[in-house]
Ligand binder design. Structure first.
Ligand code: GZL
Length: 313
């Protein structure tokens, strides 16, 4: 009997692999690339067969990918929604096919929350508030003209991080948000937009700080500030979100001031929720929230950067 039992337990046939389709935004930032790497690692660890689709930041490509996952009859779908609106129709099709959908790192606007099983995201309003509170503390009563590099227009992080930052500086008459434009979460665009802000603000001399919705745009802005002959981190403070290794290098060089950490491991909690749901129908909470921690130059940036190696970066 013992032998038979051993055979049964060892049989790979029993461990039915879950097939999961992942509709990823693209690879617009270092954080996004890390999220993709971690998601593949987490799937491998669990014996999950992951079907990966990169949408190059286009919603229509994500919708196509979801339709193809439904046609393939996958067991579940992960969706990192590039923008917040326009998902109801295609998610209705997944629901009709009884395929659970888990949102990663961004939210959707929908009147029907049954269209997704759960959303694994940070509190993006809080991230903006933490960034803004840091700047308010650093600036004190000094007049400070801020420029803002927004994330992808219509994405939940761009909307929420703007809201949280504005909450932090509300009522501070010495701090003004003078210019705000999307840099689409990329270094290239972040640099371009920062160059235009610098041109419009007396060669950058009138800018006290730049708030970027992610570190990649902040790194682009740092290049633009240096090319204008100014000192990033000193003449113009640099505050952003994600906590990717490159921003810690900038901090170690004194060229960036603060970042708010976003874990690239949204897939771990997502897969855990899906496995519990598949095994015994256990409904997860509608929102699985990940942490947001402030890091500044005082936090040994070199050591933090080293500690991030291997976590998808
Ligand atoms: C936020 C995530 C954002 C990252 C950016 O949860 O959607 O998208 O902050 C990425 O780096 O482009």
């Amino acid at each position: 009997a013992a032998f038979a039992m051993a055979t049964v337990l060892a049989s790979p046939v029993l461990a039915k692999d879950m097939v999961v389709g992942f509709s990823q935004v693209g690879s617009e930032s270092g954080w996004r690339a890390a999220e993709t790497a971690v998601t593949k690692q987490e799937a491998q660890k669990r014996g999950i067969d992951l079907k990966f689709a990169d949408a190059q930041q286009k919603q229509e490509n994500q919708i196509k990918a979801i339709r193809s996952f439904v046609a393939q009859g996958v067991d579940a779908i992960l969706l990192a929604p590039v923008v917040a609106t326009g998902w109801d129709e295609v998610l209705e099709e997944a629901k009709d096919a009884k395929i659970p959908v888990v949102l990663l790192d961004r939210n959707i606007d929908t009147k029907d929350p049954s269209l997704y099983l759960t959303a694994v995201t940070s509190d993006q309003v809080h991230e903006g508030k933490v960034a803004g509170d840091y700047l308010v503390k650093e600036v004190g009563a000094k007049p400070c003209k801020v420029v803002e590099l927004q994330g992808t227009t219509g994405s939940s992080p761009a909307i929420s991080r703007k809201k949280g930052f504005e909450e932090a500086i509300a009522g501070k008459s010495n701090i003004t948000l003078a210019r705000s434009q999307t840099g689409d979460f990329t270094r290239t665009k972040g640099k371009e937009v920062m160059e235009s802000f610098i041109k419009a603000e007396n060669g950058g001399k009138d800018i006290c700080a730049v708030y970027a919705h992610n570190d990649d745009m902040a790194v682009g802005a740092i290049q633009a500030i240096k090319e204008a002959g100014l000192k990033p981190g000193k003449d113009i403070m640099v505050v952003s979100i994600d906590a990717v290794p490159d921003i810690f290098q900038a901090m170690a060089n004194g060229e960036a001031n603060a970042t708010v950490e976003l874990t690239p491991n949204m897939a771990g909690p997502a897969f855990d929720a899906l496995e519990a749901y598949k095994k015994d129908g256990k409904e997860p909470p509608k929102w699985i929230q990940t942490e947001s921690k402030l890091y500044t130059q005082a936090d040994n940036p070199k050591a933090v950067m080293e500690s991030k190696k291997g976590l998808g970066y």
